[in-house]
Structure formats: C-alpha cells, structure tokens
Design a protein around this ligand. Structure first.
Ligand code: THU
Length: 164
C-alpha cells in the first residue's frame, strides 16, 4: 500500500512599503503629487459623510489630474476621490499611462492622522489601469502623522487577476 506523503505547505505573502513621517521627506515628484491630493480635498462634495477625500494622479506626460469624493442622495451613485481622479485622467489622457496616485482624507481640509487607504473597488480600478499601462503604478497614502508609499498596485491588492 502506498503511503501518502505530506505536500501541503504554509505560504506567506510579504508586502514592503515606505513610511515617511512628513511630505518633506519624499522625492520632489511625490511631494508635488501629495500636495495636489491635499489641495483636492477642498473640492470634495461630502454632505453625508463629511469626510473629505482628495486624490491626484500623475500621468506619463507629467500632467496631474485631481479628483475628490462626490456624494449623492442615492448613496451608491456617489464616487470615491480615487476613481473620480482616475476616470477623469483616463478620459482626458486616454493614450497616457498612470504612474502614481496620491490620496489624502480628512474633515474640512484637516488631514486625518492615519493615511487614507483606498477601498476595494478603487484598488480594482487601479489594478486595471496598471495592467493597461504594463508598468507599475505607485500609491501614496497621506496622513498627518505618517505617509505610506507602495510601489505597485499588487502590494495593496495581492494575487491580482491579470497582473503585469
Ligand atoms: N472615500 C473616498 O473617497 N476614498 C476612500 O479611499 C475612502 C472613502 C469617500 C467615500 C465617501 O464619500 C466618504 O469618503 C466616506 O466614506
């Protein structure tokens, strides 16, 4: 009789990212994008949550496109800042790649302490534009106490379907 050998293994996914304690520590291009995301918070329309989110996308032609969360009385009709920014950027520059997105959230222009982390639906949209580009898209999540930078969407959406 053949004895079955054990082949099951426990695996682990490790994610590396950079933590900054202030925007001043970042590279100039990332610093600029972070400032754009913070400025975009002022354009949020959030009469229900009162949570103001700004996002800024850097395109391969160096143009930056801002977005902010837009809420609606029919709740699901509203949209997060990230998707507002990405869809606006894709609509404006359909032939360019998205290189990076910065996200900032808080109440009435005052940044929250914790970095703003994108929802699952926004991550999936990031994944799609990264795949379309065929190059990594970095994500910068901004808080008043710390800032996180992830080098590719895979790092915030592990086991991506159809990754680059
Ligand atoms: N929101 C964003 O715009 N981006 C995020 O990453 C998280 C949440 C918005 C959706 C809603 O308008 C408000 O913040 C509260 O959830």
């Amino acid at each position: 009789m053949k004895i079955q050998t054990q082949t099951m293994t426990q695996k682990e996914i490790r994610i590396g990212y950079t933590e900054y304690s202030s925007i001043a520590e970042m590279q100039p291009a990332d610093r600029e994008l972070a400032s754009e995301a913070i400025a975009a918070m002022n354009n949020a329309y959030a009469p229900y949550s009162h949570f103001h989110v700004g996002a800024a996308v850097r395109m391969s032609n160096s143009q930056i496109v801002r977005g902010s969360n837009q809420e609606n009385a029919a709740f699901p009709s509203g949209l997060c800042a990230e998707r507002t920014a990405m869809f606006a950027a894709a609509a404006k520059y359909p032939d360019k790649d998205m290189q990076s997105i910065a996200i900032a959230g808080g109440v009435y222009g005052r940044l929250a302490e914790q970095p703003a982390t994108p929802c699952g639906a926004c991550r999936q949209v990031m994944a799609q534009y990264q795949t379309k580009a065929g190059k990594p898209m970095s994500i910068i999540m901004i808080g008043s106490k710390k800032i996180w930078k992830f080098d590719r969407v895979d790092d915030i959406l592990p086991l991506i379907f159809d990754s680059i």
